[in-house]
Design a binder for this molecule. Structure first.
Ligand code: GMT
Length: 387
């Protein structure tokens, strides 16, 4: 089967998930075509059946805002036609679902029906999607998709709450390759970060407001006062200058390292003792899942889909948004006692295995097969008759 995947190529969760899915499908002999404006960050290694099509957005003096959505739709038309794609799987509704819809309508004129699956990831619904500048187009294009998936029950409910959706939304959770993320810690690496056997605490994100980086630092401060620790901050984004200033103000610069965007996350998770995710909202929290697969318990907020991933008191703890005192207490609880810490680690790994790649990717394959074999053929026949 020839599948087109449209996603953001960045380190953000939707792009990571889409890229990991594409690589997993390629390993199962699907032909996978990534269509986006830059090579996806997680797309590594050579596979003969992975193709990358770059969306080029020509500039013109008239354009204050070059029309990416049109460029993407036109590229999709071209890629679907010339590579005989069987379906398009778009990740993150804005603007991917509407571009895919536009491409499908154009292709219909040539009597080719290409089914569209839209996977909703979070802020495309909860933050950006709800904004009335985008909402009508988001709702329309989601409804025009042949199948809709959401990455948690919470996101599914949020979508029904926010938009008039006339179709079923299927929940397919985020996944992780537990085998790949079960790396042995590199001792030398641990030693560089924590030379005096301090605990290593990690936060990884795109440093947007929704991640509450200030809370990460406040939790760490309280934890560090009780248990000597080091904080690694992986990623980059708009809140980084604020975070750097806060570290200076709190006199924590010696204990906090900003390591920027990283490729080899498996090695970082392997030396991590605790993962912090005090977000305002997370539809799922893929970074927390990856950390758990590496054996790190999680302290997070109790919002969105996080309670579907973390089990309170077993593999981590959750508290209300902004309650940094409580989250610090939880962090101390996990790290203070070696025996219970080991139990939290083992539980985290075990929980992650319920979202293993081998369990979740077949759910997408099943959806592709259903679309391709059933609905799609009917639709294709209809189109031939219509013509
Ligand atoms: O977390 C981000 O801001 C990135 C965002 C994205 O779409 O790139 O991540 C969202 O999708 C991930 C993969 O499905 C989820 O695990 C994240 O929880 C979700 N982020 C939010 O809902 C804030």
């Amino acid at each position: 089967m020839n599948i087109g995947i449209v996603c953001y190529p960045t380190f953000g969760g939707s792009g990571v998930l889409a890229t990991e899915l594409g690589m997993a499908l390629a390993d199962k002999d699907y032909n996978v075509h990534f269509i986006t404006y830059r090579q996806p960050a997680r797309l590594t290694g050579f596979r003969a059946n992975i193709f990358y099509h770059e969306v080029r957005v020509p500039t013109y003096p008239l354009f204050d805002y070059p029309p990416y959505e049109s460029a993407l739709a036109s590229t999709l038309v071209d890629v679907v036609k010339n590579n005989n794609l069987d379906l398009l799987h778009v990740h993150y509704a804005i603007p991917h679902a509407s571009s895919a819809y536009m491409a499908r309508q154009i292709l219909l004129k040539e009597n080719k029906y290409v089914p569209i699956i839209t996977t909703l990831h979070g802020t495309d619904i909860t933050l950006v999607g709800r904004d009335k500048t985008y909402a009508p187009v988001v709702a329309f294009s989601i409804n025009q998709s042949d199948a809709i998936t959401a990455v948690s029950e919470n996101l599914k409910e949020e979508t029904y709450r926010s938009f008039q959706i006339e179709k079923d939304i299927e929940v397919i959770y985020n996944f992780v390759d537990v085998k790949r993320f079960s790396k042995k810690p590199i001792d030398a690496f641990r030693k560089v970060i924590a030379p005096d056997h301090e605990r290593i605490v990690l936060h990884a994100s795109n440093f947007r407001k929704i991640k509450r980086i200030g809370d990460v630092i406040q939790i760490f401060k309280k934890l560090n006062e009780a248990i000597p620790s080091k904080l690694l901050l992986v990623g980059d984004g708009p809140e980084r200058p604020m975070a750097e200033a806060l570290c200076r103000d709190l006199n924590l610069c010696d204990d906090i390292r900003f390591v920027g965007k990283q490729q080899e996350m498996e090695d970082i998770f392997a030396i991590t003792d605790l993962f912090l995710l005090p977000s305002e909202y997370e539809s799922f929290g893929l970074s927390a899942l990856e950390a758990m697969a590496g054996g790190a318990p999680v302290v997070s907020t109790n919002v969105g889909g996080l309670p579907e991933v973390i089990t309170q008191g077993e593999n981590g703890f959750m508290a209300n948004v902004g309650d940094t005192d409580q989250m610090a207490r939880y962090a101390i609880d996990i790290l203070k006692n070696e025996n219970s810490f080991k139990k939290f680690k083992a539980n985290a790994k075990h929980r992650a295995s319920t979202f293993d790649i081998t369990r979740i990717v077949p759910q997408y394959e099943n959806l592709y097969a259903r679309l391709y074999d059933g609905f799609c053929r009917e639709k294709c026949k209809e189109q031939v008759v219509m013509k």
